[in-house]
Design a protein around this ligand. Sequence first.
Ligand code: IMP
Ligand code: MG
Length: 178
Amino acid sequence: MHEDVERVLVTERELKEIAQKLGERITKDYEGKKLLIVGVLKGSIYFLTDLSRYIDLPCNIDFIQASSYGNSAVSSGEISIIKDISQDLSGFDVLLVEDILDTGRTLKYICDMLAKRNPESISIVTLLDKPARRAVDIHADYVGVDVPDEFVVGYGLDYNQSYRNLPYIGVLKRSIYE
Ligand code: IMP
Ligand code: MG
């Protein structure tokens, strides 16, 4: 375990099981649809690459990147789009892939923006959900696992752009960010 990590919250093995379970559910739900998987950069990349290999359907994959200002452990709520999806959404059933649903502001902003582009539908799959922190009215259609209100890193999730490559989800020691 990394020395900055207090404890492991989701192991490598559990992460694989989550990707498989959700991938199989999504495969059933999206059969016959025109699926566009959209990863929210950068945190979702590990989850997206694992999850999509369990989605046994034809699909397109694209990415979007939003930024809430600053590099702190708390998101500011002011959101802007840094990188937009490069394809037309009309006719597509869009599946947004997120690393963690925290206040929900980022996904709410993205969903509202994409909804104006005539997609067939928009759904959300998030690896982690922190329901205690929700500030806006949004929920994920598919959730890997609920987590307590602690700052977590690894498997794509960062603190100041570090720790993304840890193969597990761990709780970051408070001394690192306080
Ligand atoms: P929201 O807009 O507050 O829902 O924030 C969503 C984004 O904040 C996530 O996509 C993450 O990038 C980041 N975030 C929120 N909580 C954590 C955490 O515990 N660890 C790492 N990143 C987090
Ligand atoms: Mg993110």
